[in-house]
Design a protein around this ligand. Structure first.
Ligand SMILES: [Zn+2]
Length: 250
Protein backbone atom coordinates (compact mmCIF):
# COMPACT_ATOMS: atom_id res chain seq x y z
CA UNK A 1 0.00 0.00 0.00
CA UNK A 2 1.21 3.52 -0.64
CA UNK A 3 2.28 5.86 2.12
CA UNK A 4 -0.46 8.42 2.93
CA UNK A 5 -0.15 12.02 4.09
CA UNK A 6 -2.63 14.74 5.10
CA UNK A 7 -0.91 17.49 3.13
CA UNK A 8 1.40 17.89 0.15
CA UNK A 9 3.85 19.53 2.51
CA UNK A 10 4.17 16.45 4.74
CA UNK A 11 4.39 14.18 1.68
CA UNK A 12 7.28 16.27 0.33
CA UNK A 13 8.93 16.17 3.74
CA UNK A 14 8.81 12.36 3.51
CA UNK A 15 10.35 12.55 0.03
CA UNK A 16 13.21 14.61 1.45
CA UNK A 17 13.83 11.94 4.12
CA UNK A 18 14.34 9.25 1.48
CA UNK A 19 17.60 7.46 2.08
CA UNK A 20 17.79 5.84 -1.35
CA UNK A 21 18.55 9.04 -3.16
CA UNK A 22 18.00 7.78 -6.67
CA UNK A 23 14.34 6.93 -6.26
CA UNK A 24 11.81 8.91 -8.26
CA UNK A 25 8.41 9.66 -6.79
CA UNK A 26 4.81 10.35 -7.65
CA UNK A 27 2.19 11.87 -5.35
CA UNK A 28 -1.46 11.28 -6.19
CA UNK A 29 -4.34 13.29 -4.78
CA UNK A 30 -7.85 14.39 -5.74
CA UNK A 31 -9.03 17.98 -5.61
CA UNK A 32 -10.75 18.59 -2.28
CA UNK A 33 -9.16 15.51 -0.71
CA UNK A 34 -6.97 15.60 2.36
CA UNK A 35 -5.08 12.49 1.38
CA UNK A 36 -1.86 12.47 -0.58
CA UNK A 37 -0.58 9.07 -1.72
CA UNK A 38 3.16 8.74 -2.20
CA UNK A 39 4.62 6.17 -4.60
CA UNK A 40 8.28 5.43 -5.22
CA UNK A 41 10.09 3.97 -8.17
CA UNK A 42 11.66 0.62 -7.37
CA UNK A 43 14.68 -1.01 -8.92
CA UNK A 44 14.34 -4.77 -9.26
CA UNK A 45 16.49 -7.20 -7.31
CA UNK A 46 18.67 -7.81 -10.34
CA UNK A 47 19.53 -4.11 -10.66
CA UNK A 48 20.24 -3.79 -6.94
CA UNK A 49 22.39 -6.91 -6.86
CA UNK A 50 24.24 -5.79 -9.98
CA UNK A 51 25.00 -2.53 -8.20
CA UNK A 52 26.44 -4.42 -5.23
CA UNK A 53 28.45 -6.76 -7.46
CA UNK A 54 29.94 -3.75 -9.20
CA UNK A 55 31.79 -3.16 -5.96
CA UNK A 56 34.13 -6.04 -6.90
CA UNK A 57 32.57 -8.95 -5.11
CA UNK A 58 34.90 -11.94 -5.70
CA UNK A 59 33.12 -14.69 -7.55
CA UNK A 60 33.57 -17.52 -5.07
CA UNK A 61 35.12 -18.52 -1.77
CA UNK A 62 37.90 -20.24 -3.71
CA UNK A 63 39.01 -16.89 -5.10
CA UNK A 64 39.22 -15.34 -1.64
CA UNK A 65 42.69 -14.81 -0.22
CA UNK A 66 43.81 -16.73 2.89
CA UNK A 67 43.99 -14.87 6.16
CA UNK A 68 46.58 -16.21 8.60
CA UNK A 69 46.47 -15.86 12.38
CA UNK A 70 49.15 -13.56 13.80
CA UNK A 71 51.12 -16.47 15.26
CA UNK A 72 51.60 -17.91 11.75
CA UNK A 73 53.20 -14.65 10.57
CA UNK A 74 56.86 -13.59 10.89
CA UNK A 75 57.64 -12.74 14.52
CA UNK A 76 59.99 -10.17 16.02
CA UNK A 77 63.04 -11.41 17.92
CA UNK A 78 61.71 -9.79 21.10
CA UNK A 79 58.41 -11.57 20.54
CA UNK A 80 55.21 -10.42 18.97
CA UNK A 81 54.20 -10.20 15.34
CA UNK A 82 56.45 -8.20 12.99
CA UNK A 83 54.09 -5.51 11.70
CA UNK A 84 56.73 -4.09 9.39
CA UNK A 85 57.05 -7.36 7.47
CA UNK A 86 55.54 -7.47 3.92
CA UNK A 87 53.81 -10.75 4.82
CA UNK A 88 52.03 -9.00 7.66
CA UNK A 89 50.92 -6.17 5.35
CA UNK A 90 49.65 -8.61 2.74
CA UNK A 91 47.76 -10.49 5.41
CA UNK A 92 46.05 -7.29 6.52
CA UNK A 93 44.99 -6.57 2.91
CA UNK A 94 43.62 -10.11 2.69
CA UNK A 95 41.76 -9.66 5.94
CA UNK A 96 40.05 -6.53 4.60
CA UNK A 97 39.17 -8.23 1.32
CA UNK A 98 37.53 -11.13 3.13
CA UNK A 99 35.68 -8.85 5.49
CA UNK A 100 34.38 -6.66 2.66
CA UNK A 101 33.32 -9.72 0.69
CA UNK A 102 31.36 -11.05 3.65
CA UNK A 103 29.60 -7.69 4.02
CA UNK A 104 28.77 -7.61 0.30
CA UNK A 105 27.47 -11.19 0.37
CA UNK A 106 25.27 -10.26 3.32
CA UNK A 107 23.79 -7.30 1.46
CA UNK A 108 23.09 -9.39 -1.61
CA UNK A 109 21.35 -11.97 0.57
CA UNK A 110 19.40 -9.21 2.27
CA UNK A 111 18.20 -7.71 -1.02
CA UNK A 112 17.04 -11.09 -2.25
CA UNK A 113 15.31 -11.87 1.03
CA UNK A 114 13.51 -8.50 1.00
CA UNK A 115 12.52 -8.95 -2.61
CA UNK A 116 11.17 -12.37 -1.86
CA UNK A 117 9.13 -11.04 1.05
CA UNK A 118 7.51 -8.20 -0.87
CA UNK A 119 7.14 -10.01 -4.15
CA UNK A 120 3.61 -11.17 -3.48
CA UNK A 121 2.12 -7.68 -3.38
CA UNK A 122 4.46 -5.29 -5.06
CA UNK A 123 6.56 -5.13 -8.18
CA UNK A 124 9.42 -3.13 -9.50
CA UNK A 125 8.94 -0.25 -11.86
CA UNK A 126 8.55 3.46 -12.33
CA UNK A 127 6.72 5.42 -9.64
CA UNK A 128 3.86 6.09 -12.08
CA UNK A 129 3.43 2.39 -12.72
CA UNK A 130 3.12 1.70 -9.02
CA UNK A 131 0.60 4.53 -8.75
CA UNK A 132 -1.37 3.15 -11.69
CA UNK A 133 -1.71 -0.25 -10.04
CA UNK A 134 -3.51 1.46 -7.14
CA UNK A 135 -5.29 4.16 -9.12
CA UNK A 136 -8.63 2.46 -9.75
CA UNK A 137 -9.26 1.64 -6.09
CA UNK A 138 -8.20 5.08 -4.81
CA UNK A 139 -10.22 6.88 -7.49
CA UNK A 140 -13.36 4.89 -6.72
CA UNK A 141 -12.90 5.31 -3.01
CA UNK A 142 -12.78 9.11 -3.33
CA UNK A 143 -15.63 9.22 -5.86
CA UNK A 144 -17.89 7.23 -3.53
CA UNK A 145 -16.92 9.24 -0.44
CA UNK A 146 -17.29 12.65 -2.10
CA UNK A 147 -20.17 11.85 -4.45
CA UNK A 148 -18.40 13.62 -7.28
CA UNK A 149 -16.26 12.84 -10.28
CA UNK A 150 -12.73 13.31 -8.94
CA UNK A 151 -10.34 15.87 -10.35
CA UNK A 152 -7.00 14.08 -10.38
CA UNK A 153 -3.80 15.87 -9.43
CA UNK A 154 -0.43 14.16 -9.74
CA UNK A 155 2.88 15.58 -8.57
CA UNK A 156 5.89 13.90 -10.18
CA UNK A 157 9.55 14.19 -9.34
CA UNK A 158 10.24 13.80 -13.07
CA UNK A 159 8.29 14.33 -16.24
CA UNK A 160 6.83 10.99 -17.36
CA UNK A 161 9.18 8.92 -19.53
CA UNK A 162 8.40 8.67 -23.22
CA UNK A 163 8.79 5.85 -25.75
CA UNK A 164 12.00 7.54 -26.89
CA UNK A 165 13.62 7.05 -23.50
CA UNK A 166 15.98 4.04 -23.39
CA UNK A 167 14.60 3.16 -19.98
CA UNK A 168 10.94 3.78 -20.73
CA UNK A 169 8.75 1.86 -18.31
CA UNK A 170 7.64 -1.45 -19.70
CA UNK A 171 6.35 -3.48 -16.78
CA UNK A 172 2.79 -2.46 -17.56
CA UNK A 173 1.61 -1.80 -21.11
CA UNK A 174 1.66 0.43 -23.09
CA UNK A 175 5.38 1.18 -22.96
CA UNK A 176 6.38 4.51 -21.30
CA UNK A 177 4.63 6.40 -18.53
CA UNK A 178 3.49 9.13 -20.94
CA UNK A 179 1.55 6.57 -22.94
CA UNK A 180 0.16 4.97 -19.78
CA UNK A 181 -1.08 8.29 -18.40
CA UNK A 182 -2.59 9.23 -21.77
CA UNK A 183 -4.34 5.88 -21.71
CA UNK A 184 -5.49 6.41 -18.12
CA UNK A 185 -7.16 9.74 -18.97
CA UNK A 186 -8.99 8.03 -21.83
CA UNK A 187 -10.31 5.41 -19.44
CA UNK A 188 -11.75 8.12 -17.18
CA UNK A 189 -13.14 10.57 -19.78
CA UNK A 190 -15.21 12.58 -17.28
CA UNK A 191 -12.35 13.24 -14.90
CA UNK A 192 -9.79 16.01 -15.33
CA UNK A 193 -6.10 15.12 -14.92
CA UNK A 194 -3.29 17.55 -14.14
CA UNK A 195 0.26 16.24 -13.87
CA UNK A 196 2.93 18.50 -12.46
CA UNK A 197 6.59 17.56 -12.75
CA UNK A 198 9.51 18.92 -10.78
CA UNK A 199 12.28 18.03 -13.25
CA UNK A 200 12.47 17.00 -16.88
CA UNK A 201 13.19 13.28 -17.06
CA UNK A 202 16.46 12.39 -18.71
CA UNK A 203 15.95 8.67 -19.03
CA UNK A 204 18.66 7.62 -16.64
CA UNK A 205 16.65 7.69 -13.45
CA UNK A 206 19.44 9.49 -11.70
CA UNK A 207 19.82 13.08 -10.70
CA UNK A 208 22.85 13.59 -12.92
CA UNK A 209 22.19 15.86 -15.85
CA UNK A 210 23.60 13.87 -18.73
CA UNK A 211 21.05 15.31 -21.07
CA UNK A 212 23.16 14.58 -24.14
CA UNK A 213 21.10 11.58 -25.21
CA UNK A 214 17.81 13.12 -24.22
CA UNK A 215 15.47 14.49 -26.83
CA UNK A 216 15.02 17.66 -24.81
CA UNK A 217 18.35 18.64 -23.38
CA UNK A 218 17.04 21.63 -21.47
CA UNK A 219 15.34 20.97 -18.16
CA UNK A 220 12.92 23.81 -18.75
CA UNK A 221 11.42 22.43 -21.93
CA UNK A 222 8.13 20.66 -21.32
CA UNK A 223 8.36 17.18 -22.84
CA UNK A 224 4.92 16.97 -24.35
CA UNK A 225 4.14 13.34 -25.07
CA UNK A 226 0.93 13.28 -23.10
CA UNK A 227 -2.16 14.05 -25.06
CA UNK A 228 -5.89 14.20 -24.49
CA UNK A 229 -8.70 16.67 -23.87
CA UNK A 230 -8.84 15.94 -20.16
CA UNK A 231 -5.14 15.69 -19.27
CA UNK A 232 -2.38 18.27 -19.09
CA UNK A 233 1.29 18.12 -18.16
CA UNK A 234 2.78 21.18 -16.46
CA UNK A 235 6.07 22.03 -14.75
CA UNK A 236 5.90 22.76 -11.03
CA UNK A 237 4.51 26.24 -10.38
CA UNK A 238 6.66 28.75 -8.44
CA UNK A 239 4.54 27.90 -5.35
CA UNK A 240 5.25 24.18 -5.75
CA UNK A 241 8.96 24.84 -6.28
CA UNK A 242 8.95 26.94 -3.14
CA UNK A 243 7.37 24.06 -1.22
CA UNK A 244 10.11 21.76 -2.53
CA UNK A 245 12.77 24.26 -1.50
CA UNK A 246 11.30 24.51 2.00
CA UNK A 247 11.47 20.74 2.29
CA UNK A 248 15.04 20.57 0.95
CA UNK A 249 14.13 18.56 -2.09
CA UNK A 250 16.97 18.64 -4.58
ZN1 LIG B 1 8.27 6.23 -16.44
Amino acid sequence: MPECFDTLDTALAAVARDKEKKRLWTILTFQGSNTFYLFWSAANAGQIVAGILNEDLPASDASLPKVLPNKALPQLKRGGVDKGHPEYEQNEINRQTVSKTKALRASVADVLAQQWKVNTWTFTGHAEERMLLNFGALYTQFAVASGQIPTVIIYNSDSPCTVDDPRASSFLQPRSCSAKLTHLAKRYPFAQFTIYYYKAYHGGGSASSDGASSSSSSGSTAPNFISGDNIELLPFTPELRELCAQNNIK
